[in-house]
Write a protein that binds this ligand. Structure first.
Ligand code: SF4
Length: 304
């Protein structure tokens, strides 16, 4: 059945000059059908560069919006429009306006996991793989980092010479992990090196050997320096990592299981339907898209 749908997806992609981009947290079969599997930064950058007429973004809504803003010449399809990101919903534009008033000389740095309205009034966007480099490259000494307080605190630890103000947002998938749970898993898998996403809390991050974005995890595994990993981020990435080093061993936390329900809403069936109907398309009003594009393009420039 999955093979039939995958074949149908491949045929429609060819007929319509479409590309399928999938985030590393999506289902294994979705990743296997994709032309590109990557983190938010890679998906955003390639959406702008590719020559396709249609891009199907297998990911949550802010990823589709980001692709549509950076690639206005392409039709961007989001197979499950209601698949959102709870972290992105934890901040409103009014929060940024208030923070700007309180810290008038600070730069507003907004994690890409945010709405277009929030991006439109931010100075620059970042992803977890680009945040440290971009914040370091900013001339401002004070940084308002929104919406993820955990990623923000991790960035601040790398750049102690700047002052940071955080919003209170967090990713519910990563926030739930405790140091005790990681220690228990380390006891079960004593040979494993611990890869952890910076969206985990500062206390939990102390248990990690490497704190990396999903793109950073993929790059490390490709080096084949280690043979055994405990992966502390959304479990979909294990499929991606196994493809990069099939001989290595990968373990995940089982208590709790790190599972993003929104990412898992995207199925092969929803992708095939989106491709054949060319719906739902991501439409961002021009005026707001232009403002959000400035923050996203600055992200691409400052990451060089
Ligand atoms: S894993 Fe967390 S940050 Fe990523 S989409 Fe799911 S809820 Fe949002």
């Amino acid at each position: 059945m999955a093979v039939d749908i995958a074949g149908r997806i491949a045929a429609i992609k060819k007929e319509k000059n479409a590309l399928l981009f999938a985030h590393t947290y999506t289902r294994p079969e979705v990743q296997d059908s994709a032309d590109l599997v990557g983190d938010s930064f890679e998906l955003a950058r390639r959406a702008a560069e590719e020559k396709a007429s249609i891009i199907v973004l297998a990911g949550v809504r802010f990823m589709g919006e980001t692709a549509a803003i950076l690639a206005p010449d392409k039709k961007v399809l989001l197979p499950v429009y209601e698949a959102g990101c709870p972290l992105a919903d934890m901040i409103a534009p009014s929060d940024i306006l208030r923070l700007r008033k309180e810290h008038p000389s600070a730069a507003v740095v907004c994690y890409v996991n945010s709405s277009v309205e929030v991006k439109a009034i931010s100075d620059v966007c970042v992803t977890s793989s680009s945040a440290v480099r971009i914040v370091r490259n900013l001339p401002e000494e004070e940084i308002i980092f929104v919406p993820d307080r955990n990623l923000g605190s991790w960035v601040s630890e790398q750049i102690p010479e700047k002052r940071f103000v955080f919003h209170r947002g967090f990713c519910p998938v990563h926030q739930q992990v405790t140091p005790e749970q990681v220690r228990a898993a380390k006891e079960r898998f004593p040979d494993a090196v611990v890869l952890m996403h910076p969206e985990c809390t500062p206390e939990t991050r102390r248990e990690a050997d490497y704190i990396l974005s999903t793109g950073g995890m993929a790059a490390l595994v490709k080096e084949k320096k280690h043979r055994c990993y405990l992966v502390v981020t959304e479990q979909g990435i294990i499929h991606t990592l196994r493809r990069h080093d099939p001989g290595a061993e990968f373990f995940e936390l089982t208590a709790p299981t790190l599972y993003c329900q929104n990412m898992k809403k995207i199925t092969l069936e929803s992708i095939a339907q989106a491709l054949s109907e060319e719906e739902p398309t991501v439409a961002v009003p021009d005026q707001i898209a232009a403002k959000a594009r400035r923050a996203l393009e600055r992200m691409l420039e400052l990451n060089r």
